[in-house]
Unconditional design. Structure first.
Length: 202
């Protein structure tokens, strides 16, 4: 049994047996640039690619993520790729996932994640995955406060919204940069930065 999805360059991916071996980095980046977080309900278009880049920047910047130390490059690379499955299956909003059922969606994400890691010959350790997950939580809070419509932002989970997002989780103190809710980065510049960051975090 096969079920195929097609990427923008015509590449077909079998969702039951995904193989990204020959897929160009730029192809994945373009797909991520065309996939929007929060079901597109942000003050400006905010794509999965921008989310991935901002998290990677935080991992590499001691001012934003003090204490990460020797794990910085691996965590940045992991964050660049942690949502790359969405280049193939899209960003499924959490309320939708709850209705459909998390188990099936998690299994599909896991299959595509393995294909992504094989494509880049990168298999993050448990420690790096843990750091990436913590950073993802903080990025979610930052994005929710800066980008969601006001009536939703007031109910943001996590730290209060009266100042910088500072989420202390274990030994990590993460302070991601604020996000301008009205200025959208040039997609081509994001694609270029994504490719560059993948090169420098090997």
């Amino acid at each position: 049994m096969t079920e195929w999805v097609t990427l923008h360059d015509g590449t077909e991916i079998d969702l039951f047996n995904p193989d990204l071996t020959g897929v160009a980095v730029e192809t994945l980046a373009i797909q991520m640039a065309r996939t929007f977080r929060f079901n597109g309900a942000t003050k400006r278009p905010y794509c999965v690619l921008e989310h991935s880049i901002r998290g990677a920047r935080a991992a590499l910047n001691p001012g934003e993520f003090p204490g990460i130390g020797a794990f910085a490059r691996a965590a940045a690379r992991a964050f660049l790729l942690h949502d790359a499955h969405e280049a193939v299956i899209g960003d499924i909003a959490s309320p939708v996932a709850r209705v459909i059922g998390y188990e099936a969606i998690a299994a599909l994400k896991a299959r595509v994640d393995i294909a992504v890691y094989r494509r880049f010959d990168f298999f993050p350790t448990g420690t790096v995955r843990d750091i990436c997950a913590k950073l993802d939580q903080v990025m979610f809070q930052r994005e929710w406060l800066d980008l969601m419509p006001t009536r939703f932002a007031r109910s943001a989970p996590g730290p209060g919204n009266d100042g910088p997002v500072r989420d202390y989780i274990g030994e990590y103190d993460i302070r991601p940069e604020t996000i301008d809710p009205y200025v959208r980065p040039n997609p081509q510049m994001l694609i270029g930065e994504f490719c560059h960051l993948l090169r420098v975090t090997i």
